[in-house]
Design a binder for this molecule. Structure first.
Ligand SMILES: Nc1nc2c(ncn2[C@@H]2O[C@H](COP(=O)(O)OP(=O)(O)OP(=O)(O)O)[C@@H](O)[C@H]2O)c(=O)[nH]1
Ligand SMILES: [Mg+2]
Length: 344
C-alpha cells in the first residue's frame, strides 16, 4: 500500500480517524470518441456490488433497448444490400412507419405500445437471410450505424420485442445511449479507495464540454478507444474512419494546457469484437492503416501497432499505462481500475 504523502492524512492514519488500509480519494474521468465504452465502464464500476435493476430502471431501459432493436432492424431492412420479397417489403415498411411515428411523437408511450405489439410479427424480418448476413458481417458495412450490442439483442429478439419484456443486467450493459453532457458519478468505495468516476459524451458536439469537466479535480484520465472502430466510419462523417478520428482526438487532448501533468491511461476496448472480425478474414487491417506492415489478422500485432501509435504522440510521457479489455466483463473493468489506482 502506498502511504499518503499528505501530513494531515498520515496524522489521521495514526489517530485512527481514517480506518487503516484506507488509500484515499480519487477522481477519474473517462474520455474518448463515441462508442468507446465509457458509459459501460462506469456502469460496471457502479454496479459491481449490486447487479439488480430496480423497477424504474427496468422500465426506462426496456424503452431504450426496444427502440434500439426496432430502429436497428429498420436501418438494416432499408440497406440496399437487403433484398426482400413483396410480403417482407410490406412488413418492413410497416415497421419503418411505426418507428418514425414513435420518434415523431417524441417517444410517446402509446406509439411505443403500437410498435411493441407488432414486435413478434417483425421476427420474419430478423430471420431473413440478407438481414442475418448484415447482422453477422457488420465489418462489411462500415457506414451502417447500428446501436448497442445489436448482435446480442437480435439473438434475444423474441424475449425483447414483446410487451412483457424486462431487461436483465446483461441487457443493460449492452444497451447504448449516447452520453450527453458530463455525468459525474457518486463517490463509491473501491478496494479501500473512495472514487468518483466522471463519464463524458464522445460525439463531436459533446467533446466541447470536456474542458469544463477537466477543470474539476482529476487524478487520472482514462482515454477509451474502441478496437472495433478500425472498421467503422464516423457517425458525423461517413467518409472518415473512426480510429483515425480517435487518434486525432487524442492528439488534440494532449495539446490542451489543462491536461498537462495529468496521468493518462489508454484503455482499448471491444477486443472481443476485433477478434471476431479478424477471425472471419473478410477485411484487412491495413486497408485502414496502409502503414501497418504486420499480419493483418494477428490481434497481438495489431495491439502493438495501436499502442505504438498512441505512444508516438505522447512527447510529454503522460501515458502511464495501456489496457486491452472487453468492457462487458466486470472483472476486466475492475482489474483495470485497480491497476490505474495503484499508479496514481
Ligand atoms: N462487445 C463489446 N461491446 C462493448 C464493449 N464496450 C462497450 N460495448 C458496447 O458498445 C456500445 C457503446 O458503448 P458505450 O459505453 O455506450 O460507449 P460510450 O463511450 O459511452 O459512447 P458515447 O456516450 O457516445 O460517447 C454499448 O452497446 C456497449 O454495450 C466491449 O468491450 N465489447
Ligand atoms: Mg456514453
Amino acid at each position: 500500500m502506498k502511504k499518503s504523502s499528505s501530513p494531515l492524512l498520515n496524522f489521521q492514519f495514526i489517530t485512527g480517524v481514517i480506518p487503516s488500509g484506507w488509500k484515499g480519494t480519487k477522481s477519474l474521468i473517462l474520455l474518448g470518441t463515441g462508442e468507446g465504452g465509457k458509459t459501460t465502464f462506469q456502469r460496471q464500476i457502479y454496479h459491481l456490488k449490486n447487479q439488480e435493476l430496480n423497477t424504474k430502471e427496468r422500465h426506462k431501459y426496456a424503452e431504450t433497448i426496444q427502440y434500439s432493436i426496432f430502429n436497428n432492424l429498420k436501418t438494416i431492412t432499408e440497406h440496399p444490400s437487403v433484398v426482400l420479397n413483396s410480403e417482407l417489403k410490406k412488413l418492413a415498411s410497416e415497421l419503418a412507419s411505426l418507428v418514425d411515428q414513435y420518434v415523431d411523437s417524441r417517444f410517446d408511450h402509446s406509439h411505443r405500445e403500437k410498435l411493441v405489439n407488432q414486435g413478434p410479427i417483425f421476427q420474419k424480418l430478423v430471420d431473413h437471410h440478407h438481414v442475418r448476413e448484415v447482422i453477422e458481417s457488420c465489418e462489411l458495412y462500415p457506414q451502417l450505424h447500428l446501436t448497442g450490442d445489436y448482435k446480442y439483442f437480435f439473438k434475444h429478439y423474441t424475449r425483447i420485442a414483446c410487451k412483457e419484456y424486462q431487461p436483465t443486467f446483461e441487457d443493460f450493459k449492452r444497451m447504448q445511449l449516447k452520453t450527453v453532457g458530463v455525468i459525474k458519478g457518486e463517490e463509491v468505495e473501491f478496494e479501500n479507495y473512495k472514487i468518483t468516476i466522471t463519464d463524458t459524451g464522445g460525439q463531436r458536439n459533446e467533446r466541447k464540454k470536456w474542458a469544463k469537466a477537466l477543470s474539476q479535480r482529476t487524478d487520472a484520465i482514462l482515454f477509451m478507444v474502441s478496437m472495433r472502430e478500425a472498421f467503422q466510419m464516423c457517425y458525423e462523417d461517413h467518409e472518415l474512419n473512426r480510429s483515425k478520428e480517435t487518434i486525432d482526438c487524442f492528439q488534440e487532448l494532449l495539446s490542451l494546457e489543462y491536461v498537462n501533468n495529468c496521468p493518462i491511461f489508454v484503455v482499448f476496448t471491444k477486443t472481443d469484437l476485433l477478434e471476431e472480425v479478424l477471425k472471419k478474414r473478410k477485411v484487412s487491417f491495413n486497408s485502414t492503416f496502409p502503414e501497418y506492415k504486420g499480419d493483418n489478422y494477428s490481434i497481438e500485432e495489431i495491439k502493438s501497432f495501436m499502442k505504438e501509435k498512441y505512444q508516438s504522440l505522447d512527447s510529454n510521457k503522460q501515458i502511464k499505462g495501456f489496457f486491452f479489455i472487453n468492457t462487458l466483463i466486470s472483472k476486466e473493468v475492475s482489474d483495470t481500475l485497480q491497476k490505474v489506482l495503484e499508479q496514481i
